[in-house]
Design a protein around this ligand. Structure first.
Ligand code: KG4
Ligand code: ZN
Length: 338
């Protein structure tokens, strides 16, 4: 049997605080290598991402991360069939670093440039372990910057149904962690504490916002602050479990409504908060009980990574939704734009 000729697609992710690269073989939809330079220690003292520090760190890290990824895949840049990169949404300065590198690389090897929507790419992370996975589905993106409900009809055809009006759920976990004088990022440390706590011990509101598809977590955050400042005694394990549960109940309430309304029996949950084991248990249990399916990328591909960008790039390449960079320099005035 003749083996398929590999089609190497590189993915560059610099939308927030991870400088991340991945390489996928689009002929088999298989991941060849990935590398991540995390900026968590840089932002930890501020309990959130500082945009200016993030873009500088991307500049400092991107070339080494690229080299590492090529080395791991035993590949030279000239062998690439396409260069995908996160076009947005994200922090402008950070995105520009990824875009500049992607454009230079694509141009220098005469390969197509593939701009990627970061939100959609999070869901394409499912394809890393399940190459045949396809829309339609309802996507729930839960991270430090996003809490979005998205209708994904086809790859490349997404519609945002609802999103947070204030804090993203990951951001609420990060700020809650700060209130408890714990560490950044908050999600993993809250998850660890919550494992030993009782989620019913402290009653927090569930911000369901009836009649709206949007989310709002700032009231829940304030209610946690008042509870902490009230002087009433509590165990950190119990408050962590109760706070986390209020967020997950709210996410489930909205996702379930979207599944019913759009008559789609399939939900994909991605983003940093989707690496939480309790969240996965809440959704997996509900899906089994109510007769729908839930999918997640592997935990290590739930947070920002280059593999998901390369995977989305491979999907676009296979759908022929790519183009080569035009060369626009010209001697006549008419060819220049102002
Ligand atoms: O997707 P991500 O790496 O970056 C963006 O924000 O785009 O998500 C980071 C967020 C942070 O708010 C962090 O606290 C949260 O994901 N997170 C978690 C867990 N790991 C990371 N939240 C809950 N449980 C976790 N295990
Ligand atoms: Zn993300």
């Amino acid at each position: 049997m003749r083996s398929k000729k590999p089609i190497h697609i590189l993915g560059i992710e610099t939308s927030c605080d991870e400088t991340a690269i991945g390489i996928v073989d689009a002929s088999r939809m298989s991941l060849l290598s990935h590398a991540v330079a995390s900026q968590i220690p840089l932002h930890a003292p501020y309990f959130g991402v500082v945009p200016e520090l993030a873009s500088r760190a991307h500049l400092e890290k991107i070339h080494d991360t690229l080299e590492l990824c090529f080395r791991k895949a035993h590949l030279k840049p000239g062998k690439l069939a396409g260069v995908a990169y996160t076009q947005g949404p994200g922090l402008k300065g950070s995105l520009l670093v990824g875009e500049a590198v992607a454009k230079s690389l694509a141009w220098s090897i005469n390969a197509p440039l593939i701009p990627i929507n970061h939100l959609e790419a999070h869901f394409a992370g499912v394809c890393i372990d399940d190459p045949g996975f396809k829309p339609p589905f309802i996507g729930l993106l839960v991270s430090g910057g996003h809490t979005d409900l998205i209708l994904v009809k086809k790859w490349g055809e997404c519609r945002i149904i609802g999103r947070t009006l204030d804090d993203a759920c990951g951001e609420a976990l990060d700020k809650f962690s700060k209130m408890l004088r714990l560490t950044y990022p908050g999600g993993p440390v809250i998850e660890k504490l919550a494992r030993k706590g009782n989620p019913k011990k402290i009653t927090f509101p569930r911000p369901f916002l009836p009649g709206s598809w949007n989310f709002s977590f700032s009231g829940l955050k304030t209610s946690a602050l008042y509870r902490i400042q009230s002087g009433k005694r509590f165990k950190k394990t119990d408050i962590a479990a109760s706070f986390q549960e209020a967020i997950f109940d709210t996410l489930l309430f909205k996702a379930r409504r979207a599944i019913l309304k759009y008559k789609l029996n399939r939900l994909v949950i991605a983003g940093g908060v989707a690496s939480n084991s309790r969240l996965r248990q809440v959704f997996t249990d509900a899906a089994a009980k109510e007769g729908w399916q839930v999918f997640y990328p592997a935990k290590r591909f739930s947070t920002d990574n280059g593999a998901m960008i390369a995977m989305m790039g491979a999907l676009k390449y296979r759908a022929r939704k790519v183009k080569r960079l035009p060369l626009t320099a010209g001697p006549a005035d008419s060819t220049l734009s102002f």
